[in-house]
Design a protein around this ligand. Structure first.
Ligand code: GDP
Ligand code: MG
Length: 140
């Protein structure tokens, strides 16, 4: 029990819950470097939210990588999300193309996407192996 408590403390005891917009839809923007798992997280997050009774829409924002849009469609279908216009969407999850901080053009584009969409939440997708370094990445 003590070991468990200490481990929780070590990993960071505080949990921050997802914030939902006061008036729907909540917009969640996913960011992160190439191949980290953003598109996969889109489908996983939608599945998680669906179980909480929320209707979700997946928006493909990666227009650069070949088949990135098809990938999101297929993952969405696996989670039994239908393609097409849904009504009364609670949460819109926006997939984006991976980008590195050194790529100014792509970073500026992300800022533009953020400004236009005004997302409720921006989630940085990181590999679990990244460690504490991940905490400072969004500030750079
Ligand atoms: N082992 C493992 N592989 C993952 C995980 N999430 C994504 N992947 C795989 O990592 C690769 C890149 O994932 P993707 O979602 O396309 O990353 P994106 O480029 O950030 O959109 C794919 O082959 C995924 O199947 C995970 O949690 N564990
Ligand atoms: Mg992707």
């Amino acid at each position: 029990m003590i070991v468990h408590d200490e481990l929780v403390k070590l990993m960071g005891g505080e949990v921050s819950e997802l914030v939902f917009a006061k008036s729907a839809p909540t917009i969640i923007l996913l960011a992160g470097v190439q191949g980290v798992g953003k598109t996969t997280v889109c489908a996983k997050l939608a599945n998680y939210l669906k179980k909480q009774g929320k209707s979700c829409m997946l928006i493909a924002g990666d227009v650069y990588r070949p088949a990135a849009i098809d990938q999101l469609v297929i993952l969405g279908e696996q989670e039994r999300f239908s393609r097409g216009q849904e009504k009364n969407i609670d949460v819109a999850i926006v997939d984006t193309a991976g980008r590195l901080q050194i790529d100014k053009g792509m970073m500026d584009e992300l800022k533009d996407i953020k400004r236009v969409l005004n997302p409720t939440e921006v989630l940085l997708v990181v590999d679990a192996m990244t460690g504490q370094e991940a905490a400072d990445a969004p500030r750079r």
